[in-house]
Design a protein around this ligand. Structure first.
Ligand code: 5U1
Length: 675
């Protein structure tokens, strides 16, 4: 074989492998190789193409990054078959009517079989393939002509650039929805916030904004996915005879279809599926706004035909709206455990997403300014999942003449202490500390909560009562509460009082991590509390640790270390801990003692490729031995593990005189420490 032929063969093999891995990862949601192996093949392909630019093909998996151009407008594409819209139903009765109309038109008494699919909240897209290659991707537009967004569409990993298999129609048009999964939307908005840029209101807008970018390299960085729901142009001989069968076929050709798709019978099956999905809606990784029901048999679909621009054989049964309009009656300021003063909108109650909402968080003053929100404004409120309802936007045309500007209070609404806003921070805080009843109450509620000291029966309302009645003012006071003091309180009988005192008594021996978590140190959540407990093994060692030592703990950076350090230097915190100990609270040491974590306090860096394990495995092994694993080499690095093809990190370690071990040395170290 010539050199050229060998390169071409390797390029083809690499592309095929990567396409296959992409299909498993993005379409089937079932990764078939570890990330490192995928990355290795991709790097090899990029290098080989860079050395042989004449051999780069348009459908190579490397060509998805989106060349950074700035188009000025999108060309028009006429749809060979119009892109239809769907009729909507908003009640069971309207669904009943739909099913009855279908049976009447078919002149059939038989129960109809329906294909049921979640209706994704995104943008409709039509993808045209000729001879198995993607020719263009177009938006719906007015249904007859849309915009050519091929350059952007090509960057989505769940859209095949060429079809899988060999048996596909010469011309194929697959239609579906482009959407942004909830997690990707959160990440994108966090990133935009950190960069000081405008965030998106919801995943749908984020998907639309990302897909209609004039610069495809921006689209390429956005977490967009495509899910197919119909085939518009195809030689019928290539297609099965049902809607569900057709989608399964489309999946074979390389497209993601909705894993929740199901076939049911009759209206009862449809309504059962609808309710099931409504329950499941908040747990799905993407947003849906209803269910689409389609007559499953394609011959019956043909018989039913269309009316205006919607098919008679399909309907979208919408879920209750998640965005509604209401009015801001007032804006109040709440004080949290850490003193954060948070504005909350008190709303004219509205029914949204299945519940009545009368409050929405406004986060901080920056958010109020961004929204330009006044008391009295008409606003759009959004409730998605079980997150706190948000104010999405103000409707300025509806602002009443008596609307008032919202200002940050200068003193705490609970204790009257000064409210301060540190420069550069969005959050304003009450300076009252534990003098502030709101902060005390929140600190005690957190201390008693299930994941912390787990004091059964000590709920939020009872904590408020105990503080308001002057029976407790700190968490240590809980352990000298008497039954007779509690029994007289509102809705507290003798039995409940006995149970509460027993529960408080039973909480005296928490695991160390729970005790640390219960203290309510800023930025110390459960995971950090566990890492601190595991690393230090005892509260005293943690209390005495300096900033450098704290940062040796996994996932503890300078900010968290600063909060922990400062917490243990406040006299009132030390007094509270002492009082707790005096009153019989003592923690259980972690099961793995520091002595069994021989690499505690050491920082390792992994670089290059290891042959015997993945990088994640190596990291987990090191962390189990107590080491912190960092991504970069510095003077603080204890040791660098250098696999094959290690690069700049190895050079830097050598220049700093840091200990370096190769894979053999690393395995020997693990064996030795495992004992
Ligand atoms: N899941 C799904 N969404 N959706 C939207 N199926 C579906 N079908 C549609 C639309 C507009 O139209 C069909 C008539 C092809």
């Amino acid at each position: 074989m010539t050199d050229q032929a060998a390169v071409e063969k390797r390029l083809a093999a690499l592309r095929e492998l990567i396409d296959e891995y992409n299909y498993h990862y993005y379409v089937l949601d079932d990764p078939s190789v570890p990330d490192v192996e995928y990355d290795r093949l991709m790097r090899e392909l990029i290098a080989l193409e860079a050395a042989n630019p004449a051999l780069v093909t348009a459908d190579s998996p490397t060509q998805r990054v989106g060349a950074s151009t700035t188009m000025t407008s999108f060309a028009e594409v006429r749809h060979e078959i119009p892109m239809l819209s769907l009729d909507n139903a908003f009640s069971d009765e309207e669904m009943d009517d739909f099913d009855r109309r279908v049976r009447e038109r078919l002149a059939s008494e038989e129960t109809v079989e329906y294909d049921c699919e979640p209706k994704l909240d995104g943008l409709a897209l039509s993808l045209r393939y000729e001879h198995g290659r993607l020719v263009y991707g177009a938006t719906r537009g007015d249904g007859y002509a849309g915009e050519d967004i091929t350059a952007n569409v090509r960057t989505l990993p769940s859209i095949p650039l060429k079809l899988r298999g060999e048996h596909f129609p010469e011309k194929l048009e697959v239609r579906g929805e482009v959407y942004m999964p909830k997690a990707g939307f959160e990440r994108l908005n966090n990133m935009l916030t950190n960069a000081g840029e405008k965030t998106f209101v919801n995943p749908r807008n984020a998907a639309a904004g990302s897909l209609r970018q004039k610069d495809p390299s921006v689209t390429a960085r956005r977490p967009l996915e495509f899910c197919a729901y119909s085939v518009a142009v195809a030689d019928a001989s290539h297609l099965p005879d049902t809607q569900s069968g057709m989608l399964e076929q489309v999946q074979q050709w390389g497209f993601r279809i909705n894993p929740e798709m199901r076939v049911t019978r009759g209206i009862k099956g449809c309504l059962d599926y609808y309710r099931e999905m409504m329950e499941k809606r908040d747990d799905l990784p993407y947003e849906i706004d209803g269910i689409v029901f389609k007559v499953n048999r394609l011959d019956l679909q043909n018989q039913l035909g269309f009316i205006s621009r919607a098919p008679r054989w399909a309907i979208a049964y919408k879920f209750p709206a998640q965005e509604v309009m209401t009015v801001v009656r007032d804006v109040e300021f709440q004080v949290g455990r850490t003193g954060a003063v948070t504005p909350v909108a008190r709303l004219e109650p509205v029914f949204v997403g299945g519940v009545t909402v009368s409050n929405a968080t406004l986060h901080n003053m920056d958010e109020i300014h961004r929204l330009d929100l006044h008391r009295g404004d008409a606003v759009i409120v959004r409730r998605a999942g079980d997150v706190i309802p948000q104010v999405v936007k103000v409707i300025p045309e509806r602002r009443p003449a008596d609307a008032t500007v919202v200002e940050l209070p200068t003193s705490c609404p609970v204790c009257g202490s000064d409210v301060l806003q540190v420069e550069g921070e969005a959050v304003a805080r009450c300076t009252g500390g534990l003098y502030c009843a709101a902060q005390r109450k929140e600190a005690i509620k957190h201390f008693a909560s299930r994941r912390a000291m787990d004091i059964e029966g000590l709920g939020d309302r009872l904590v408020e009562l105990l503080v308001d009645e002057g029976l407790i003012s700190s968490v240590a006071d809980l352990y000298v509460l008497r039954e007779d003091q509690v029994a007289g309180l509102e809705r507290m009988g003798q039995k409940s009082a006995t149970n509460l005192i027993q529960a408080i008594d039973g909480s005296r021996r928490p695991e160390l991590w729970r005790f640390i978590y219960a203290l309510g140190i800023r930025e110390v959540g459960e995971a950090t509390a566990k890492a601190l407990a595991q690393d230090f093994g005892d509260l005293k060692a943690l209390q005495e640790a300096d900033l450098e030592r704290l940062q040796l703990v996994n996932d503890v950076g300078p900010i968290v270390a600063g909060h922990v350090h400062s917490f243990f230097r406040q006299p009132h915190n030390l007094e509270t801990i002492e009082a707790l100990i005096e009153r019989g609270v003592h923690w259980q040491a972690p099961e793995t003692r520091p002595a069994e974590r021989p690499l505690a306090g050491q920082t390792y860096v992994l670089t290059g490729t290891l042959q015997t394990m993945t990088r994640d495995e190596a990291k987990a092994r090191l962390e189990a031995l107590g080491a912190k694993v960092s991504g970069s080499v510095s003077a603080k690095t204890s040791c660098v593990v250098a696999g094959e093809a290690a690069g700049s990190k190895l050079t830097k370690a050598e220049s700093l005189g840091i200990r370096v071990v190769d894979e053999q040395g690393f395995l020997a170290l693990l064996a030795e420490l495992a004992g």
